[in-house]
Write a protein that binds this ligand. Structure first.
Ligand code: SER
Length: 317
């Protein structure tokens, strides 16, 4: 592992912070450069090198990659589903141009590996709702989903045509307590914990029985690093792997939270995000992922809820 030099782009986001910290733990802090458009997250300060830059600036990006002798890039910068519906052109621009900049640099500089996340948002209303398989009808109806599907095809193209080793996972909604998410439809499942601890009350922007595929962040981080560390010959899917963790509804998670905070109350006021959620599957089949490189999730709804409350309650003392 020692010779790898990693650049994480979008390091101050919900996944970026935790992935950067985990990579620094595994590869050594000076071998993992964090970068983001934003100022350095307080959670990253003092844990390793940081560069403030935009993934849209290909020249600067390439210059840094060359000078720092980067061998692997994790590209996490993206506009998510809910923000994407409000700003479709910005979402398309950032999500596509960011990826194409990295894929081009990977080809030109012969990078060893690239990681780029896709999402369950690639699936649309015509995909199976339950246990949605790896290969099925894929007709997304959100800008975010369209950009992720196009991105998956670009990843596959760069692998087939230029041999770029780019790997990808279709993340479910991610739940975490370190860095807050922003602009996603699955974000309710994070907000609910903050509000439960702050006000013992939450008004959910999705309706009670809206089931969605979800995952606890420690599982997502482990999946990402396991995929990237798997021998190349085990990687059989070069667009993006399905990834399954938990499937639950707002009503289910509220019930689980009530076990810890009995006075907790939930109300429902579905907004434009309801339609986005309803266009996605409720659960994912990741049989192929398990078979190819041995993936297995660890956290169920109960275990995740206890862990979230335990960690977040420290902030509310
Ligand atoms: N969490 C994302 C969103 O809600 C889905 O990948 O936009």
């Amino acid at each position: 592992m020692a010779k790898d030099k990693i650049l994480v782009i979008g390091a101050c986001g919900q996944i970026g912070v935790e992935l950067t910290l985990a990579l620094r733990e595994a590869f050594g802090k000076n071998n993992v450069i964090a970068s983001d458009l934003r100022e350095e997250s307080i959670l990253l300060k003092g844990t390793g090198p940081y560069i403030q830059m935009s993934v849209m600036d290909k020249e600067k990006l390439q210059d840094i990659i060359k000078k720092q002798k980067i061998t692997q890039v994790y590209l996490l910068a993206a506009v998510l589903s809910a923000t994407g519906e409000k700003k479709p052109m910005i979402a398309w621009d950032l999500n596509m141009k960011g990826l194409l900049n990295i894929l081009e640099i990977a080809r030109e500089e012969k990078l060893q590996k690239v990681y780029w996340p896709s999402s369950i948002a690639v699936f649309g209303p015509s995909s199976p709702k339950k246990n949605c398989p790896q290969q099925t009808i894929i007709e997304p109806t959100t800008v975010y989903g369209i950009s992720k599907l196009a991105g998956e095809n670009w990843c596959n193209y760069y692998f087939q045509k230029y041999g770029v080793d780019v790997r990808s996972l279709r993340y479910p909604g991610l739940i975490s307590y370190k860095s807050e998410p922003g602009g996603g439809t699955t974000d309710y499942a994070v907000e609910i914990f903050y509000e439960a601890l702050r006000k013992q009350q939450y008004t959910c922007f999705l309706s009670a029985n809206t089931y969605l595929p979800m995952m606890y962040m420690p599982d997502a981080i482990r999946a990402t690093i396991e995929l990237m560390e798997a021998p190349a010959k085990k990687i059989k899917i070069h667009n993006s792997y399905n990834l399954s963790g938990i499937s639950f509804s707002p009503k289910d998670i509220a019930k689980e939270i009530k076990k810890h905070i009995p006075s907790f109350k939930i109300n429902y006021a579905p907004d434009y995000r309801q339609k986005i959620a309803e266009s996605w599957p409720q659960s994912i089949d990741d049989l192929k992922t398990k078979k190819d490189w041995g993936w297995k999730h660890q956290y169920d709804l109960g275990k995740m809820t206890s862990d979230m409350i335990q960690h977040l309650s420290l902030n509310f003392k």
